[in-house]
Design a protein around this ligand. Structure first.
Ligand code: MG
Length: 243
């Protein structure tokens, strides 16, 4: 699964360099599309059509801007100064999937947005550090939640991390809040995506009329940090590391 993880990291690094005032979300999707084609990889998103979706997703990235917190369907929108953009990307290389997400600020940052992004990164790091063989799944969830609650954030447990393998979403669900010492034992070989996401003011969300994009109910901005990691005998290994 290392080649898939490395490629997903490369795509997110490239996209983060392309994000600027004046960049259109559809341009970012196009760049990722071309990178997928050149690598001979397979998008996990473009044909994704779960029961709740009105139609196949049709794009290769999720681009969630400001009050869009997850699953943002790329549309004809040009980024402006101060926007907060989360990019979530998953694809398969040689039949194995990796999944990762970053949040970046466009142009001039608002301090509170920088702080929110830092909390999601710290929560992700805490979750990764808890992914030790012999620990339980609940240790990861607990570690994430501890960082978030210390920062005064509310936690939505409907959407969180998940098992990753031949497909993008497998068991187990990895919620962003849970009980220490409970749940599935973590054994070497388990590969999961850990993905804390939070909004400034609420854990409540609603679905945009586009049928995909999830927005915070109070309009506050969100941030999202995700890595695919493997539990190994030597501890957690981040497969989607960016260089
Ligand atoms: Mg993802």
């Amino acid at each position: 699964m290392r080649p898939a993880g490395r490629f997903v990291g490369e795509v997110l690094t490239e996209l983060s360099h392309r994000v600027d005032v004046g960049t259109n979300l559809l341009e970012l999707d196009q760049i990722a599309h071309e990178m997928i084609r050149d690598r001979g990889a397979t998008s996990c998103y473009i044909d994704y059509h779960p029961s709740f979706g009105a139609s196949p997703f049709g794009k290769v990235l999720c681009t969630s801007v400001n009050d869009a917190v997850l699953h943002g369907l790329p549309h004809d929108y040009t980024l402006v100064d101060g926007d907060v953009l989360s990019v979530d990307f998953a694809c398969a290389v040689d039949g194995w999937v990796a999944d990762s997400a970053i949040t970046v600020i466009v142009g001039t940052p608002r301090p509170e947005d920088e702080a929110l992004i830092k909390v999601t990164q710290d929560a992700l790091q805490a979750g990764i550090e808890a992914a030790q063989p012999g620990n339980k799944l609940g240790d990861i969830s607990f570690a994430i939640a501890l960082v978030a609650t210390k920062a005064g954030l509310k936690i939505n447990t409907d959407f969180g991390g998940h098992g990753v393998g031949r497909t993008m979403h497998g068991d187990p669900h990895v919620p962003n809040n849970g009980r220490r010492g409970r749940g599935l034992p973590l054994r070497p070989g388990l590969v999961i995506a850990i993905e804390p996401w939070f909004a400034h003011g609420t854990d409540k969300i609603y679905t945009d009329p586009d049928g995909w994009t999830l927005r915070s109910r109070d309009g506050s901005r969100g941030a999202h940090s995700e890595h695919t990691i493997a539990v190994t005998e030597d501890g957690p290994l981040v497969l989607t590391e960016r260089r």
